[in-house]
Design a protein around this ligand. Structure first.
Ligand code: ADP
Ligand code: MG
Length: 485
């Protein structure tokens, strides 16, 4: 652990490079299926394998997806896009080069607002979002002497989101990644699955003396397969780099690999043996020009973004930020809740239902299709509780579970059938309240001499005698009335 003093002496700086695999049906430059988890080397074509004489063709959908991301990040969209060959040799790169964008990325600049754990907000400035294709995969099995190669992934469309060196803590890096994951899922352009490698992140880390005008030398850390591990890798590098500087040593610009078991990093290659990729424009592809019509067509498919819904939930619905944060965490929940709020005006109650009973069913059911309870039914349930017809306990426990089993049934009918309608009628509750007070004369005296806490005991007995059906609001009113007499 770094001492407080060293934390104050040095400034940690992080820049992230995030790769997101796009959810297109076919590959970036070929018609083979872009599908994860298929038998090795079945999702490949001569184009993907770079056989001589084959010609790549651009996937329009992938371009549109990259533009969507740029629009969501307020980037400037480049209209005239050129692909470049990045040349290097690797067994999982059959063509001997990767098609990417070098100068002139499709999205220039931009910013992603993120929320930190202490509820403060920060705008993370982007350098760019560019398009490229994925490589195949080398597989090193434990008991195999040989390395195996699976080309299925080769040619999968990717966007790479590159931040400026503006993040200053592992918490900020984590928050940024969470926001990017949320964004790509809302936009429906990537499934955001880090375990399957659909979302991958390299972290560039440096430290410098606080107040210094020049950034320190950076290291790039690779191979973190979860947000948590990105966090750990940054923490580890923070300590290691400060340790180096404190010992009077120099930081070497290098690429390091993270080991999740030990939580440490090890050098992979230094910048000295950096490849010269010899970028040059891909001669087999004509530039992709994004016309006004195309750009407008993409704009018209933009969904509501999580931050827009967040703002609406807080400002229009008056919900606490905590609620808005939960409600916008997943697109399914956000859109479902947003629609629920066209059926009820009781936004806070609706939010509580989402955070409680609805959430507890989301392991088994999905809100994106065929959720057993409709917006209308849940709105009715909320109204039943609000009108004092059914207690929240009865509604959220019994009625809700019954409605999950028999979709379409009317909550009111069901409540009647299950005998859950509350006694909110004063004239029928009054005798019960009177009985309770009559059988507790000693306690009533204590109450009247100041022990107001006894109210709970009277309420409990009213509930018991009414078999849980007394409307607490009405019962409290009657009790207060009779006790203050
Ligand atoms: P390179 O030329 O080594 O690829 P770039 O300037 O293209 O470096 O930046 C790559 C990533 O590294 C970006 O995300 C950028 O924000 C980040 N980065 C650049 N310099 C630093 C630094 N000194 N400390 C931390 N991150 C940095
Ligand atoms: Mg670079």
């Amino acid at each position: 652990m770094l001492s407080e003093e060293l934390r104050n002496k040095y400034q940690l700086i992080i820049g992230l490079e995030v790769h997101a695999q796009l959810l297109t049906q076919s590959k970036m430059f070929a018609a083979d299926a872009n599908e994860y988890g298929k038998s090795p080397n079945t999702q490949i074509s001569a184009i993907t394998l770079g056989h001589p004489g084959t010609l790549p063709k651009v996937n329009r959908k992938a371009i549109a997806f990259a533009v969507k991301m740029g629009l969501a990040c307020n980037s400037e969209i480049t209209r005239y896009n050129v692909f470049a060959r990045k040349n290097y040799f690797y067994p999982d790169l059959p063509k001997g080069y990767q098609l990417t964008q070098d100068k002139g990325p499709i999205c220039v600049g931009g910013r992603v607002p993120v929320q930190l754990p202490d509820w403060t907000k920060k705008e993370v400035i982007l350098n760019r979002v560019h398009m490229e294709e994925d490589a195949g995969k080398s597989i090193h099995l434990a008991d195999e002497p040989d390395t195996l190669v699976d080309f299925n992934r080769a040619g999968t469309p990717l966007i790479e989101i590159v931040t400026e060196p503006v993040l200053t803590s592992p918490e900020e890096a984590y928050a940024f990644l969470s926001e990017v994951k949320k964004l790509v899922k809302y936009l429906d352009i990537c499934d955001g699955n880090m375990e399957e490698g659909s979302l991958r992140c390299d972290a560039n880390v440096s430290v410098m003396l606080k107040g210094s005008a020049e950034l320190g030398k950076k290291v790039e850390v690779k191979n973190m397969n979860s947000f948590r591990n990105v966090f750990r890798a940054i923490e580890h590098e923070h300590e290691r780099l400060v340790g180096l500087l404190e010992a009077g040593e120099e930081v070497v610009s290098e690429t390091r690999t993270f080991d999740a078991d030990s939580g440490t990093t090890a050098s992979m290659r230094t910048k000295e043996d950096l490849n010269d990729y010899r970028y040059f424009p891909e001669p087999d592809l004509s530039p992709v020009v994004i016309s006004d019509e195309w750009l407008n067509a993409v704009k018209s498919t933009m969904p509501l973004l999580p931050r827009e819904l967040y703002k609406k939930f807080v400002e229009e619905f008056g919900l606490p930020e905590y609620d808005a944060s939960f409600l916008t965490e997943s697109k399914d929940v956000a859109l479902w809740f947003n629609k629920l709020c066209t059926k009820t005006q009781n936004y806070k109650a609706a939010s509580n239902w989402m955070m409680g009973p609805v959430k507890s069913t989301l392991g088994d059911y999905s809100l994106s299709d065929d959720y057993p309870i409709s917006h209308e039914i849940l709105a009715e349930l909320i109204a039943l509780v609000e009108d004092g017809k059914v207690s929240y306990t009865a509604a959220s426990q019994t009625l809700f579970a019954e409605l999950m089993k028999s979709p379409g049934e009317s909550p009111m009918d069901l409540a009647e059938r299950l005998n859950l309608i509350q006694e909110s009628d004063e004239s029928s509750l009054r005798p019960i309240v009177e009985e309770v007070l009559a059988s507790n004369t000693a306690k009533v005296k204590e109450y009247k001499s100041g022990k107001k806490g006894l109210m709970g005991l009277f309420m409990g007995q009213v509930m018991q005698r009414s078999h849980g059906k007394a409307d607490p609001k009405v019962a409290t009113k009657l009790l207060t009335e009779l006790l203050e007499k």
